[in-house]
Design a protein around this ligand. Structure first.
Ligand SMILES: [Zn+2]
Length: 198
């Protein structure tokens, strides 16, 4: 039996989300149909508003409603340090710690030859441009402790160090393969404080 067109379309849409196969998508689609109409409207509106109102910051690559983002515009923050992360969600996690006062840069991923992701696919050129123009003394590389994250850190270090800028890496309080997203605040704080020059 074929699903009616509207639910087939809904299943198809859910399947476009990461980590969601046809089984989960079907479950979510049927769940959505049973939700109160107002909740479904709010859900749909939130999807559209997020896509319409959010942009990538032209300086750091963070997601933001205003460009440049609040962090880049905040002159109170330490302009001499840039912390490099894989994705905007990592900034949210680090900001929850309320300890780090410097700036950020979002790579939008890591080097991954298997996935065909090379340096030109990441926000590396924009980082190097910032290092030329801004008074940056230290770059903290906070890519995840995966093989790809480590390779990306090494690659960036080789690019940045010749410019006389200190390059550090988060301490391995974050165990190999662990995502910044899942680290608790204390672990993160220790990882930032115990960062080491690479
Ligand atoms: Zn920004």
């Amino acid at each position: 039996m074929q699903y009616p067109e509207p639910i087939a379309k809904l299943i198809e849409s859910y399947m476009k989300l990461p980590g969601i196969g046809s089984k989960t998508a079907t479950r979510l689609a049927f769940f959505t149909i049973d939700m109160p109409a107002d909740d479904v409207t709010d859900f749909a509106k939130a999807l559209i508003a997020a896509k319409r109102d959010l942009h990538y910051c032209s300086i750091c690559g963070n997601i933001t409603e205003d460009d440049p983002c609040d962090i880049c515009q905040d002159r109170q923050r330490d302009q001499s340090t840039i912390l490099v992360v894989e994705y905007p969600k990592d900034i949210m996690t680090l900001e929850r710690m309320h300890e780090y006062q410097g700036l950020y840069h979002v790579l939008q991923g890591v080097l991954s030859p298997i996935d065909g992701k090379g340096p030109e696919d990441l926000n590396i050129a924009s980082l190097l441009k910032r290092l030329q123009n801004e008074a940056v003394k230290e770059v903290i590389i906070a890519t995840n402790a995966t093989p790809e994250g480590e390779a990306t850190a090494t690659y960036l270090s080789r690019l940045i160090k010749p410019a006389g800028i200190k390059v550090t890496r988060l301490a391995h309080g974050l165990s190999v393969g662990s995502d910044i997203e899942y680290a608790d605040e204390m672990t993160l704080l220790k990882a930032v404080e115990g960062r080491q020059e690479i």
